[in-house]
Write a protein that binds this ligand. Sequence first.
Ligand code: MEV
Length: 414
Amino acid sequence: MIPPNFRKLSPASRKEVLKSYFNLDKNEIDSLSNQIDFSDLSDVLVESSIGTFPVPLGIAAGFLIDGETKLIPMATEEPSVIAAASYASRLVQSGGGFHTWADHPVMTTQIYLKDSLPNAVDRIKEKEPLIASMVDTLIPRMVERGGGYRGLSFQTSADTVIVSIDVDVKDAMGANILNTIGEGIKDSLAAWSGGTVLMSILTNACLKRMAGARFVVPSKAFRKGTLSGKDVCLRIVEANRIASQFPERAVTHNKGIMNGIIAVALATGNDTRSVEAGAHFYAQQSGSYLPLTTYDFQNDCLIGTIQLPMSLGTVGGTTGCWPPSLVALKILGSPGAQTLNRIAAAVGLAQNLAALFALVTQGIQGGHMKLHAARIAYAAGARGEQIRPLASQLWNENCLTIKRAKELLENSAK
Ligand code: MEV
């Protein structure tokens, strides 16, 4: 059982808890602390590697997702993100947690053909059975795992034909698989079209690989200061309505959502940019740039939902070989891709709820300044067990300066 005071433990004690709870070995634990040299691995992953670049990794506890309690590893440089996700997860727990869903992992690769014959689409359509078998032949192991060809569609623009091929990529993110297919089949498509190949690449729109989450929380959980829970809920609904009307607000609203989703993507070794690109593509799909969440107030409850393309994988690529990401996946319960995408949707919704809750009540700077106090304590030279008490003292004195932090540190050493 993860202790309820997990976040108040020292980093070393937190690691001990994880070690025994998830049966992690020394290598796995060390891989989270830069105690293993990943230079060789880094050198095979990127060109001209000079080392690795650590990003803070934390755990958002308290997530109840589809009836299961989860610890969420999140990699982020932004100080308030994990605290905010954990806070919102506790609020949502009081309403029974998050309910999530995710599509089958179908991704799309696109081949762009130039100078095609006027009847190119019909000529290619006739070849569909052959295309299906060519695709599956290019990815035999994926087919063995139950994935493979799922369909064909077309778009045209003047004499350019865009052939979109859908593929179930199972637990992979899928980019390599899709690009292998595109490049493996493009010349045949060009021959059938009577034209030439312009290019072939997957699309990060990922509209067939959506995920979503929902919560229903009684208003009393949101009571804050002089505001009733109902007042806060109505303010959250209004904040979301404003985001629906003004893209300048929606983009920041969605940035907050991606704070959570990208932190999960990064921790699990996924391609963060593809998830980000898909999310913003989906946000503008109606013709206006919209928030990715909705909120409603019904029967004295706040109802929040999120829906967006989600293409996180749990095998292949960096996910399958980067030791800290393998540990992160273990902490998540070794999910398949669909489950990871559901989890990420819940985290995005939690992150947005936390941001809106703070914004429509006391603002976000109070929480940020408390974390800033800890950074000042660190900058003044405090380490380990010294940091939190010094930060509290600076906060209580309302004096967040390195000079004062150094004085207090020196006094405590006397
Ligand atoms: C900051 O990283 C994220 C927020 O700006 C999100 C939002 O405004 O909804 C607080």
